[in-house]
Design a binder for this molecule. Sequence first.
Ligand SMILES: [Zn+2]
Length: 378
Amino acid sequence: MESTEFDGLILGLAEFVRRDGRYPYPELLSHALNKLALEVTAVPYPRTLTGLLALLEKPVKTWYPQRLLPKEFDSDFGLLYEEGLSEEASRYFYEELLEQGKIPEFATAATKQIAIENYQFYKILARLQELYNNDSEPERVQQEYVLLRPFLIKNGYTTPAQLRKVFSKTRHIDIEEVGDFYEDCQENELCWNCDRCGPLFKKYGKLRGIKPSACNDHRQDLPYVKKINWQHGLRRLKFGIHLRICLPGIPEMRLFHTLEELQRKYPDQLCATHLYPGIDRYDLQLRFCDKSTWAVDIKDYRSPYNLAPKLTPLFGEGDLRYDESFYVIPIQRLQQREDYLEILREQATKLPSSTHLLSDAVFEERVINKIEQLQQEK
Ligand SMILES: [Zn+2]
């Protein structure tokens, strides 16, 4: 368990930034920093707090001991970014530690609290999956899930009135539960939202998004940057839900809307587009008039090395059976790195070669080609 030291450092920093960097350091962080001081040899260990914070912002591959670095961490990133966790450190914290249940014994109550918040969504997901498999009305369970997940993706901010309006008739999802995914905004707080990456934070007078590697221009006059007027009861998505549900959901919804549009235009060829079928076994299911079915999952990762271990065959039993399966990557990721798909294919050892790996743009072309082919066969 060589990476325990690294995990302790991440947990300590997570708690530190949650307390807005106020003294004293969380005990966990002091402990991790003491160890770090002994381990760092690639660069002189900083003697001041300012120097230390500057070091923690640098790509970890330039200073952190290689042998202690877990391979799941993208080492082109630093641990901090503008006094918050870097996007990769946040991802690692939520995805590799909290969701894998790797919260060590020594984690503090504050960290455990974040873990609990994060589990709320997975608790609902598990409950609905269970109901879907055993309930007499799986369609209704599915409908309610397809109400909940896109709601969290599209509504970085909400109000009690909106929650009541949308969730008052759901049988399997409680309004309170959905409300718990949000936290109160301060009175008269200036709130901003980006259509591409969700709720924004203000840092050094500038608006900052949750994933700067994908979306980093938030000047207030840009059409996708929107001001949210404060009103009584205004609530903002909690960080973990924003990071793990809302953000990855944005490219999912974008592709879904494109496909819905194609289905509206060519209903005789593309008969159905299902979102999150089987309570989220995968992201999208396309049914064509020749009875063929395509299964699609969308993955937005900067590094193909980090994505590859997550790629497993899509679930394909019962109604989820498919003829073709696809992992779709937002094209911006492939533009940032030319050999992205090549590396992904090589590294994704758990994936059968029949599963296609491609960009969203190429996937849309494939769907259009399929539609044209079916038109000619008529
Ligand atoms: Zn943005």
